[in-house]
Design a binder for this molecule. Structure first.
Ligand code: KG4
Ligand code: ZN
Length: 347
C-alpha cells in the first residue's frame, strides 16, 4: 500500500510517499524557520499562510521525485492534531481535496503517534515485532512525554510536562541568552565545549507544584521546565555580562544539561518500573547529540537497545505520517470528508 502523507501541524510543510509503512519513495520538508526567525518563535498566521503557498507545489514535486504515477497512490494520510489550528486546517483541506480527486481513502493521523512511529523511518532493518513493549521519550517543541507502547496501536501515557515542553524550554532559554531561533540547535552549538557544571540549574518539579495535567499520572514521571526557564532569567539578570561574554558557552551547557538531566532522570525511573524490550527517543529534541549520548549510556547500562529516531526524522516530517498510516496492523480507518482538526488531540 502506497500512502501519500501530509504534515502541516506547526512550521514545517512536509509531504512523503511511503510504501507499506517503511519504504520511503520520496519525502520533502519545507522548513519555515527563516520566516519566523525575526519574531523569535512561530507566528501562527505566518505559518498558516506559508503552508497555503508551499503545500500544493510540494505535493506535486514530491510525487514527481518519487517517480510514481498518481494512480499508484492507495491512500492519503494527513495530520489532524495536535498542533496549530490554522496550520492543521491547511493540511486537512489539502488531504481531503487530494483524496477526493484520486478517489482514495483519507486517513487521519495523530501527530504524536506519528512521532513515535518515526523511529522506524529509514530503518527497514527494524521490525515492529522486535521492539514491543517499548518505552518512548517523546521530546518536541510542543510536547514532552513518556509513553509505554505495547504494540503499534496500544500506547499508554506514563508522564508528561506540566508546563513547557523540553524544546520550548530550549527555545526560550536560547532567546534569553540571545542565541536566536530555533533554540535547541542554537544552544547545542553554543554549549559544544562549555562546562555543564558551571551553573547548577534546577532539574525537577517545584516541591508541591500542582497541575491538573498530572491527573492520574505518576508525578515523578512528569516534567516541569518553567522553573528552570525562570532561574535562567534570574541568572542572566544577575550576570548580564554573560550574554556576550566568554562564559556564554558554560551557561548554555549548564542550561542544556539541566533540561537533558530532567529527561533522562524520568526515563530512568520509568525503566525501573516497566519491563520493556527497548527504549526509544523521538521528536525534534532527540536530534541533540548530548541527549543521544546520555540515552546510549542509560540503555547500555540496562542492556536494552536504544532506538533513537534518525536525525532527519526527529523534527516534523511527513514520512512518519505516511509511514504510520500504511504500517501493517495499523487500523487505518478512512476518515470522512467532515474530518475536522483537533488542535489539542491527546496521545
Ligand atoms: O518535533 P519538532 O520538529 O516540532 C514539534 O512537533 O514541536 O521539534 C521542534 C523542537 C524545537 O523546540 C527545537 O528547538 C528542537 O526541537 N530541536 C532541538 C534540536 N533540533 C531541534 N533541540 C535540541 N537539540 C537539537 N539539536
Ligand atoms: Zn512534531
Amino acid at each position: 500500500m502506497i500512502v501519500l502523507g501530509i504534515e502541516t501541524s506547526c512550521d514545517e510543510t512536509a509531504v512523503a510517499l511511503v510504501e507499506n509503512g517503511l519504504k520511503i519513495h520520496a519525502h520533502s520538508v519545507y522548513t519555515q524557520i527563516a520566516a519566523h526567525r525575526p519574531y523569535g518563535g512561530v507566528v501562527p498566521e505566518i505559518a498558516c499562510r506559508s503552508h497555503v503557498e508551499i503545500l500544493p507545489g510540494l505535493i506535486r514535486d514530491t510525487v514527481a521525485d518519487s517517480g510514481l504515477a498518481w494512480d499508484r497512490i492507495d491512500a492519503v494520510a494527513v495530520t489532524y492534531g495536535p498542533g496549530l489550528a490554522s496550520s492543521l486546517l491547511v493540511g486537512v483541506a489539502a488531504g481531503k481535496a487530494l483524496a477526493l480527486r484520486l478517489e482514495k481513502p483519507l486517513i487521519a493521523v495523530n501527530h504524536l503517534r506519528a512521532h513515535i512511529y518515526s523511529l522506524f523511518m529509514g530503518r527497514e532493518d527494524l521490525s515492529p515485532k522486535q521492539v514491543y513493549p517499548l518505552l518512548i521519550l517523546l521530546v518536541s517543541g510542543g510536547h514532552t512525554c513518556l509513553v509505554r507502547a505495547d504494540s503499534l496501536n496500544e500506547c499508554h501515557l506514563l508522564g508528561q510536562t506540566l508546563d513547557d515542553a523540553a524544546g520550548e524550554a530550549l527555545d526560550k532559554g536560547a532567546s534569553v541568552l540571545g542565541l536566536g531561533y530555533p533554540g535547541g540547535p542554537a544552544i547545542e552549538k553554543a554549549a559544544w565545549d562549555g562546562d555543564p557544571g558551571f551553573v547548577r540549574f534546577p532539574r525537577g518539579l517545584r516541591h508541591g507544584a500542582q497541575s491538573s495535567l498530572a491527573g492520574s499520572l505518576e508525578r515523578d514521571l512528569c516534567f516541569s521546565f518553567s522553573g528552570l526557564k525562570t532561574s535562567l532569567r534570574y541568572y542572566v539578570h544577575d550576570h548580564p555580562d554573560v550574554v556576550a561574554g566568554e562564559n556564554l558557552k558554560n551557561v548554555a551547557a549548564s542550561y542544556q544539561a539541566a533540561v537533558i538531566d530532567a529527561l533522562v532522570e524520568r526515563l530512568e525511573r520509568a525503566l525501573a518500573r516497566h519491563d520493556v524490550k527497548a527504549v526509544a527517543c523521538v521528536g525534534g529534541v532527540a536530534r541533540n547529540q548530548v541527549l543521544r549520548d546520555k540515552l546510549t549510556e542509560l540503555a547500555e547500562a540496562r542492556k536494552l537497545p536504544l532506538l533513537a529516531a534518525m536525525p532527519e526524522f526527529c523534527t516534523d516530517n511527513a514520512a512518519m505520517v505516511a509511514g504510520l498510516a500504511g504500517a501493517p496492523g495499523y487500523p487505518a480507518a478512512a476518515a470522512g470528508m467532515d474530518l475536522d482538526v483537533e488542535p489539542n488531540l491527546a496521545l
